[in-house]
Write a protein that binds this ligand. Structure first.
Ligand code: F3S
Length: 753
């Protein structure tokens, strides 16, 4: 295990450390003395403190040292802006940024890309210059979708990766434990802090039998989503095993791992297997494949490993599935689908078939899809519905251009879009139906929530394999079953489509296509990051001020929130996404969705200094201008939802000191601490009722100490003052964050020392 094998072909100084991993694992094995699942092995071999770490599934918080970080362009902006304020010369762990989310599909690949480069110029310039400065690999717009690039270049068996995108688990198809996180977590790893993950549970999926005919890897996860539903994988890692695994190509395993996100799983992993080895060889990483063979015993589950739940899927009996509309767990086998269309009154005409996305844009997907399109062309017919293709990467696009599949798609009537997310993330200037018009679309993507693809709530979006998308696009009908139903050729003669065929890997090797990678230069000392001071999309963060060391007195309550207050209520998405890189602008959405307990209304609170009602951000800004700190009172599970760090950055930016609730969602609570705020809870949750929105508050911050409650003095508008005890979960290190003004200030201070 002493070999020096590089993690990838792009970075010269980052190596795969199976030796250290096996040493860590030996320590944990001694302590636990029980067989381990494969994902457990990956996590435990990346523990920060294998000797001291508490390990209980579903209970402890594991402190981990990931091998890599990856960010997509929408989430990378705030992550990098925050990293910049840590004052470090370069990232502490290998990191890449991928430009894929901001390219709108309109007319076709090249033109759409050129337009996106123009519209998003300031964002791309910022990311490119920051990546160069901080030693981050930068994949330019047009390079492809983050998860396809990771599979082709960076994933390796046994590795641990975090990515600021929910479909990061795609790399599980290459035996990597790859987990989707928020920007704040990515910043921690970039700055060399350990990363925390609640010790997951493990769902084992045993694959038996063999895939054949119209059934593809995608159907494994479509079926599983039907069994487990969108919540069934929450807090768990899904781990595949069994003799059926080798029946799935490596990229097929990636498709299954990718869509594990749709059942809420932390991630999905496949053990190292022959199909992964073949893929590593084909993507010019034979040395990694050979190294993995040496470490193979630890790249699969131990005999007798315990799973919290086991599900068996027999591939030989598995039918192709179509899931949807509106939710990815409504799974219907193709044999029953036509009846379901009728029974539910789903629009029968198929308007658009879309293949690609990070889930299904591999060479194999394109190859099999093209075989079906060619079959139709050979019978003199083409796509009846509109048809689009998003290649997963420039390498895939160039290879299918060379091998002919791309021409087949065009001949078939398809539009080949840019190598990017496109319609999958709503970047789609759809023209064929009007908003509000009920219609059906079928894609090989992963998510099909209302409005996701085209912003039209009446669009019935279904997900399936690329094979079925192409077949049904030919028929133009949702009730067509290619396994049993005949089509008419150009002369009116009936024929049955042949099942898809095609190699999973290109026999002539991959064509890398255009060079779309920007490596960070060796000498970065003189580089600067480009942020225009007049930009409304990007703003350099100034460090937050440190605590003044005093108790806070006479604070107004900005809002006493009643009921559910999710991160969407605190920092809304939708049109606000544009300002993800501009803290001051995005702060105009702060808490606008929260319900004011005083009047039952959203975004209408009383300004304690003027007595006037106004929007929440406006009142906060007024307090800030007047030098008045404020607090928020919240209800149960405040901050549930996503890990979006903006929900913590905004109240801090607008002058908040503390958020006092009945309870917190844990990630949001940690995010608040990171930004230098005080997340506190009523020691007696009933005290929530005792505080009125117009009361003034003293907060005895000087009492803040590990494990000790803190006193809040309530001064009611009428009546005498009384005390309430508040609890918190700060540890020593986190108290330093509060004192210094934020975790990043603390890092910057330590880096200077
Ligand atoms: Fe992009 Fe859609 Fe995947 S947005 S990363 S292609 S889920």
């Amino acid at each position: 295990l002493d070999r020096k094998v590089r993690q990838n072909n792009w970075e010269d100084n980052n190596f795969i450390n199976y030796k250290k991993m096996s040493e860590n694992l030996a320590i944990v094995r001694k302590r636990l003395s029980r067989p381990l699942t494969y994902a457990e092995k990956i996590l435990y071999s990346h523990l920060d403190d294998p000797e001291g770490q508490d390990i209980q599934r579903g209970v402890s918080y594991l402190r981990l040292r990931p091998d890599r970080v990856a960010c997509q362009d929408a989430t990378a902006q705030m992550a990098i802006l925050q990293f910049m304020s840590a004052g470090m010369p370069s990232v502490a762990n290998p990191t890449t940024v991928h430009c894929d989310h901001l390219i709108e599909a309109q007319i076709g690949g090249a033109k759409d890309l050129a337009r996106a480069v123009d519209i998003n110029k300031e964002v791309y310039d910022f990311l490119a210059s920051a990546c160069a400065k901080y030693n981050i690999g930068f994949w330019k717009p047009g390079s492809g979708i983050i998860h396809q690039i990771l599979l082709e270049n960076y994933a390796f068996p046994g590795g641990l990766l975090i990515g600021t995108d929910s479909h990061t688990p795609n790399a599980g198809g290459l035996g990597m434990c790859a987990i989707g996180v928020g920007g704040a977590d990515a910043v921690d790893v970039m700055a060399n802090l350990p990363w925390e993950l609640k010790a997951p549970k493990y769902i084992g999926v045993k694959l038996t039998g063999q895939l054949s005919g119209w059934t593809s890897a995608k159907d494994v996860i479509l079926k599983l989503a039907g069994i487990l539903t969108v919540k069934g994988g929450t807090g768990a890692i899904v781990e595949y095993f069994g003799e059926g695994v080798n029946s799935l190509s490596c990229s097929g395993q990636g498709s299954v791992a990718n869509m594990g996100a749709e059942i809420g799983a932390t991630t999905t992993v496949f053990p190292f297997n022959e199909r992964q080895y073949e893929y590593l060889v084909a993507t010019k990483r034979k040395d990694i494949g050979d190294f993995a063979r040496v470490y193979a015993k630890e790249l699969r589950a131990d005999e007798g490993a315990e799973y919290d739940q086991i599900i068996e899927i027999n591939l030989s009996e598995l039918e192709p599935h179509i899931n949807g509309p509106f939710t990815p767990d409504l799974a219907t086998p193709i044999s029953k689908f036509a009846a379901a269309v009728k029974a539910n009154n789903w629009p029968d005409e198929l308007k658009v078939g879309l293949i690609g996305s990070c889930t299904n844009s591999s060479y194999e997907d394109m190859n099999r899809s093209a075989s079906i399109a060619r079959d139709a062309l050979n019978h003199g017919i083409k796509a009846k519905a509109l048809f689009t293709v998003t290649p997963g990467s420039e390498q895939i696009r160039a290879t299918i251009a060379r091998d002919g599949q791309l021409q087949t798609f065009e001949e078939f009537g398809g539009v080949v879009l840019a190598n990017a997310c496109g319609p999958c993330i709503g970047q789609w200037d759809r023209k064929d139906v009007k908003k509000g018009e009920a219609n059906s679309i079928l894609s090989s993507y992963n998510r099909n929530f209302t409005g996701r693809n085209d912003g039209n709530p009446a669009t019935h979006s279904f997900v399936t394999s690329p094979d079925l998308v192409v077949a049904m696009t030919i028929a133009g009908s949702m009730s067509f079953n290619p396994l049993t139903d005949k089509l008419k050729d150009k002369d009116g003669n009936e024929f049955l489509l042949s099942p898809p065929t095609g190699e999973s890997l290109p026999s002539n090797g991959y064509d890398p296509g255009q060079d779309t990678y920007q490596a960070p230069p060796a000498d970065r000392s003189t580089l600067s990051v480009q942020v225009s001071p007049s930009s409304d999309r990007l703003q350099v963060l100034s460090p937050f001020t440190a605590w003044d060391g005093k108790d806070a007195t006479n604070l107004p309550i900005l809002i006493k929130a009643h009921g559910k207050t999710t991160t969407d209520h605190i920092s809304m998405a939708g049109p606000w996404l544009k300002y993800r890189g501009h803290l001051d602008n995005i702060s105009n959405n702060m808490l606008i969705g929260a319900i004011n307990a005083a009047n039952g209304e959203a975004n209408k609170v009383k300004n304690a200094t003027t007595g006037e009602f106004d929007a929440v951000p406006a009142v906060a800004r007024d307090y800030k201008k007047k030098g008045i700190q404020w607090i928020v009172i919240g209800d149960w599970n405040y901050g549930e939802g996503s890990s979006r760090e903006h929900a913590a950055l905004e109240p801090r930016h607008l002058g908040g000191l503390a958020i006092i609730t009945r309870s917190f969602a844990r990630i949001h609570e940690t995010n608040l601490k990171k930004q230098g705020m005080l997340p506190l809870t009523f020691s007696d949750p009933a005290d929530y009722e005792k505080v009125n929105p117009e009361d003034r508050i003293d907060l005895l911050c000087t009492e803040l100490a590990v494990g000790k409650p803190l006193t809040m003095v309530v001064h009611p508008k009428d009546g005498s003052a009384f005390e309430i005890k508040l609890s918190h979960t700060f540890n020593e290190a986190q108290i330093e964050w509060f004192k210094n003004g934020s975790a990043l200030n603390t890092m910057a201070k330590n880096n200077k020392a």
